[in-house]
Write a new protein. Sequence first.
Length: 190
Amino acid sequence: MRTLISSAFISLDGVVDSPGGEPGYRNSGWTFKDIEFVPEAFEIKGREQEEAGAMLLGRTSYQAFSQVWPDMADFARYKTLPKYVVSTTLTDDDLVSNWGETTILRSLDEVAALKETEGGPIIVHGSAALNQALSDAGLVDRYHLLAFPLLLGAGKRLFSTTDKDAQKLKLVEHEVYSNGLQKQVLDVVR
């Protein structure tokens, strides 16, 4: 079974919305505004690209990332990975042609089936609504979080507010950086 990893930049109050400067959000770009850049804090992002066997995205994140990431040297490895987009509305005609193999999945059952295939870990970037649904369905195996020392208030959250039983996580790697960022790698305990 493949490991499904949710990777997120997250504020201390759980917001994951618009970390890179996406328009229309009050605090857009919060990962680089007033936060000193410390290269070692982002080592995990390079490691994710090297270790991933596939990338999984929700429709909104796919539509945002597919316009930028295919031409960015920082994300070159993702161009060669198979990509899966969970969407009930996208069609093959909506997919970009310059980002490699991309498959549309229509349900969480199809994500569960993908996890049963051979290959390396499946990495999820962005995709707040998808992350919530994956977590609620018990499909997330690991979290890679870079927690920023910010409280953002409004915005999309990584975790849903669904009333459910507690889900235990095991901290398997962590580090605190000079700029206040915290890396937390957490396995979901089953």
